[in-house]
Design a protein around this ligand. Sequence first.
Ligand SMILES: [Zn+2]
Length: 543
Amino acid sequence: MPRKPLASLLLAVALFAVGCGAADEQASDARDDGDTTATPTTVADVATEESSDDVAEDTSEDTSDGADDSAADEQEPTDSTDPASVDNTTTSVVPATTTPTELDGQIGAESVDDPYFPDIGNGGYDVTHYDLDLTVDIAGVDAIQAVATIDLDTIVDLDRFSFDFTGLSVSAADVDGEPAQFEQTDNKLRLTPATTLAAGTPHIVTIEYAGTPTTVDSGTRIGQIGWYDQQVASVAIGEPYGARTWYPVNDHPTDKATYSIRLNVPEPSVGVSNGVLVSRETFADRTITTWEMRQPMASYLATVSVGDFVIIDADGSGDTEVVDAFPSRLEGIAAGDFDQTDEMLDVFTDLFGPYPFDEYGVMVIDASFGFALETQGRSIFSAGLVDGDGSIERIVAHELAHQWFGNSVSPATWQDIWLNEGFASYAEDLWLEFGRGTELAELEARLVTRALAAQAPAPEDPGAAGLFDPSVYRRGGITLHALRLQVGDDVFFDILRQWNLRFGGGVASTANFVSLSEELSGQELDDFFDAWLGDGALPDLPN
Ligand SMILES: [Zn+2]
């Protein structure tokens, strides 16, 4: 189908040049050491951030909640120079009924005070569930018509509140069945309900919208994020704040919610999303699939893809069901790259605790750029990575490990990104050690070499632009190996399991990790983590 080849090419180049998670690291591996397990086409795996101990401490609470409602409310989200406020669309839908009104209550802080992306989110409510009904047309440029039904609990009295939302036009909105006034800025959809919503009460918001979904600049090495309209397939890439390009959202990890996503797409395409496929119908040349993510999910981990998918129940031997979605043309090849998923699930379940979601699986996007991304319950891989020979083994392990580290336990702020990427990177080595029997000394030598070559920026505070820099992965990863040597295997793996037990389904900070490590080891570790995650020279590994 004809589409914007130039734009696609630019996006592909951007992704290629950068990268987040595993892919990035893998790509670096391939470039740096000629590691044969890495694939040069790999690029992005979305990561989260890492925070310094201090900041993390302050933000470890659920900052999406209520926060400070009044003061920050008044700020215009487009004033900031933060990348989050920069978008390439100018939407302004203001129905005639929208007029400034006296506000008795509050308008919900249009920020959750993320240190890197202060314009993200709204602090006045907590979303519990998103029901997204998308009709997607893919002839020419992608176009969607959608209804979002959002269940939320208010945290403060709300006269007005906002969602993060970019590039699509709202035609109607109501709150609890009553029409609501609405207006759109570049990055926010603001709703004024007919009556004040009292603090601590549940409400249902319905928003009808349509348009051509786009990408936005992430301000990080990833480049563009959001709705990728590719030649053969389309895919939504959220990390760190691209969800706003396809649905109205409180777009910060602190406001997790469950999801039902219904995708109505033209045959022979099939819509694939997070979680369990609960229904599939076909009529009038359309295929309608409904997917449910029943465990809390951060918005950056939500995804949809539309393409010529074959959905395969891999019928794994383990406790976790594995359901993959491959492009039909790659069905026979892709299996060769993912046939170790069951064994990886077994190894990681032993090391980290129970798999945190109903199912796991991957979806391979039929597009030529190379990236992998740990979307919740179903990781994304570019078809460009897939050759059936198992060369992406490390990346496959990395994205799976993110289901525990990043997806179940998500970063309290984007500064905490190393809690995603350092952990998933080290998990690659844990897979090789415990699943493959690779000698620990061999893995350790590689960890040191790679971390020495990518020491800065400091994983504890890489900055918004450095969110996915190699140091976050490599220095973050070797920090965990150093911790293992410092406290011993028994305590170390207990820390990893307790991390998931205590914080799974929510968010956690670097300060939380330091505290847990100190509690379980009985050691004072502030100086240890400062040395390993800070901006000084990389320490020597403990004996
Ligand atoms: Zn990653």
